[in-house]
Design a protein around this ligand. Structure first.
Ligand SMILES: O=C[C@H](O)COP(=O)(O)O
Length: 226
């Protein structure tokens, strides 16, 4: 069954570039198909800068949605941190782990108008809880599930099935995608959005036969017109 979800998702939420590296963001934005930026504490640490500085850099070249992750672990603290992060800039999405403290926080933050993304989702029950808390976004981690020898796509399909069956409207972001084929399988199975690293994003445009084709076309063109 081919899902129609991408047709219904606002264009601005289709592809989140999964990085805090400003050079990668700059390059990928040139394609015109990146519609959001997603960071997490690993990526911020790799960038070696504070959340504030990374956000400032991103905002100097991009005004779409930027996801940043709260690192507090108690609901009250997550709520305060999320409000602080949201106030740093317009159009911020707050990533919050989908454990019990995270769900409590999401439940309070959503009515305040904070856009949340329930993250670190590894089983369909967490996705159900985040959906019932009305999180605007949720992120099942496909690649990390595959990495431990389980089936990330099955997790993803189960989440989609539950959301469709119960009419849950949270947008499902396929996250922790390790290659282009995982990305396409997620889209074919009802992803609303993709979170793609710079490496996987570039795989969207790569095929050896395209390069061979270009080389051969150029050779044949040159043989007549040069
Ligand atoms: O935070 C969300 C990312 O999609 C996680 O991806 P990762 O498994 O490559 O760290």
């Amino acid at each position: 069954m081919l899902y129609l979800t991408w047709r219904n998702v606002k264009m601005e939420y289709r592809i989140f570039l999964d990085t805090a590296n400003i050079k990668e963001i700059e390059e990928a934005l040139k394609t015109g198909i990146v519609t959001g930026i997603a960071t997490n504490p690993n990526k911020m640490a790799k960038a070696g800068r504070t959340y504030e500085d990374v956000l400032k850099d991103i905002r100097s070249i991009f005004d779409g949605p930027v996801a940043v992750e709260a690192i507090s672990t108690k609901a009250e603290d997550i709520i305060n941190e999320a409000q602080e992060l949201s106030s740093m800039s317009e159009n911020i999405v707050i990533k919050i782990p989908a454990n019990i403290e995270g769900i409590k926080a999401i439940n309070k933050l959503v009515p305040m108008g904070v856009k949340t993304n329930a993250t670190l989702i590894f089983n369909p029950a967490q996705a159900l809880a985040a959906g019932l808390a009305n999180s605007p976004f949720i992120s099942p981690f496909i690649g990390r599930v595959n990495d431990i020898g389980h089936d990330g796509l099955t997790l993803f399909k189960q989440v989609r099935e539950i959301y469709d069956f119960y009419d849950i409207n949270s947008k499902v972001i396929a996250a922790s995608i390790k290659n282009c084929s995982e990305a396409i399988n997620a889209v074919l199975n009802g992803a609303d959005s993709l979170a793609l690293t710079y490496k996987v994003f570039n795989q969207l445009f790569e095929h050896p036969l395209t390069e061979i084709g270009i080389k051969n076309f150029t050779r044949d063109y040159d043989s007549i017109y040069k």
